[in-house]
Write a protein that binds this ligand. Structure first.
Ligand code: HXC
Length: 267
């Protein structure tokens, strides 16, 4: 497992804190979990595959010296998510931070997409985020904690082959703003991160076509900062948003994308 460097942040930033993370068994959310643990927090990760979760939890603990619990649960199932929250609180006593990261995706035109395919991604991304927020909210209120919802860039431009994910992430963003406004008076913050293309993730592999050389070259024309992202880029943003340095930031959607959002991308 690659080390996620968040060295610009104070070492004991999150001592005594607890992170609950859906989608934490792999990819970007696993890296975000590692970063928060490296700064002292314990974590509890959720995913659908028990084997992968167990392996990831052990890796995260070994890499950071902190504890990592886990539960296999589908974010579309409110009963299982509530049980996972209870298991986390039984193990660690509290929840300070939540990452709503579980997502589904594949490339398909509307023409070729079944109603069920569209519904499936909305249920995972949007309703799964709502279910996770509902289940964790009493605990996050108790710690005056903070949410990060995982969004995406470019979906608001009519991104081809992404009707399901675009609609789903628009819903996630809207939901995040409502959480920020409703829960702000209780001291709870909620922000969203929109990652650009991040190398070595399932989403990147599913959404990018061409040889490795084509992929490298395409970054030069797509991304003003001339490279695709690394999971550490998103992890650093997550550490910042959970930290007190961000304690007057809520309801925001932050693109971490090397500037890709502001290019024409040939569209
Ligand atoms: C067309 C597909 C399909 C594909 C599934 N379906 N894969 N249709 N092309 N490649 C259809 C199925 O035929 C079915 O419809 C419906 O979707 C549900 O599929 P199931 O396999 O039964 O569902 P499930 O087991 O719940 O799996 C859902 C899944 C999930 C969405 C496919 O396994 C998945 O996405 N895993 C990958 C996770 C991932 O990539 N995460 C990174 C996300 S990146 P029918 O009609 O046949 O019943 C990201 C970036 C966002 O989110 C960018 C936004 C702009």
């Amino acid at each position: 497992m690659a080390t996620i460097s968040t060295a610009v942040f104070k070492e004991n930033l999150f001592n005594g804190k607890v992170l609950f993370c859906t989608g934490g068994g792999s990819g970007i959310c696993k890296a975000m979990t590692e970063a928060v643990m490296r700064h002292g927090a314990n974590a509890f990760i959720i995913g659908r595959k028990l084997d992968r979760l167990a392996k990831s939890a052990a890796e995260l603990s070994n890499a950071t010296g902190r504890q990592c619990g886990y539960a296999a649960a589908d974010v579309r199932n409110p009963v299982l998510i509530k049980e996972a929250v209870e298991k986390c609180v039984a193990q660690f006593g509290r929840i300070d931070f939540v990452i709503c990261g579980a997502a589904g995706n594949f490339l398909t035109t509307i023409d070729a997409m079944s109603e069920n395919a569209f519904r499936t991604v909305l249920e995972i991304d949007t309703i799964g985020t709502f279910i996770t927020i509902k289940a964790t909210l009493p605990h996050v209120r108790a710690t005056r904690g903070s949410y990060i919802l995982m969004s995406a860039i470019l979906y608001d431009r009519g991104l081809a082959y992404q009707a399901h994910a675009a609609a789903a992430k628009a819903g996630v963003d809207a939901l995040g703003r409502v959480v920020a406004v409703e829960e702000g008076p209780r001291g709870v913050r909620c922000n969203s991160i929109a990652p650009g293309p991040i190398r070595d993730t399932e989403g990147f592999d599913r959404l990018t076509v061409g040889t490795p050389e084509d992929v490298d070259n395409s970054a030069k024309s797509r991304v003003p900062l001339q490279r695709y992202g690394a999971v550490a880029d998103i992890a650093n943003c997550g550490v910042f948003l959970f930290s007190d340095a961000a304690n007057w930031i809520t309801g925001q959607l932050i693109a971490v994308d090397g500037g890709e959002l502001h290019t024409n991308m040939g569209m």
